[in-house]
Design a protein around this ligand. Sequence first.
Ligand code: HEC
Length: 158
Amino acid sequence: MAKSSKSSPSWDIQNPQVRLAAVTIGLGVLALALGFFWLPGGKQRPSPQMVAQGKSIYEANCQVCHGPNAQGQDPSQPKGGMIGDRMLAPALNHTGHAMHHPMKDLKRVILEGGSAPESPMRAVAGRLTSDQANAVMAYFMNLWPDDVWDYYHANINK
Ligand code: HEC
């Protein structure tokens, strides 16, 4: 026994170098664990590729009503409303109310149209695939600032 512990003195915890290594590894693990819990919000932003794909789908299919950068058809009325007897397209950035609806509800409006029979979104229904709808949501949700993004994932889209 004594012989074998002598044959590998470098793993002896009494050895100052081994102690230093153990403390360093311990601190590293602790820092990783703390970093993990301190990540704000926790929910990752979509990948830049998905955002770019969503942006081009948005520009081709949605911008005509929801406006450039998803600011809404009339940026002075970002929550929508009526213009004559037509429904105004609301902003999809943080000035609208998209962030009050869970993703499954937003996706349903995009794929099937709004609940009102006169909703112009009904004309959009069936235009996008499920993957394209996910990408377009990634695009406009990524426009939301960090506080809106974090609140949304913690409280609305649980
Ligand atoms: C012809 C105009 C028009 C086009 C094109 C259009 N929208 Fe809309 N959209 C509207 C209007 C008007 C509303 C509000 C009425 C409603 O919710 O049905 C709306 C509502 C929405 C909502 C719900 C927002 C909320 O806060 O409740 C989402 C999400 C949405 N549109 C996404 C899209 C996406 C994505 C596209 C492109 C694939 C698109 N729209 C294309 C007019 C349009």
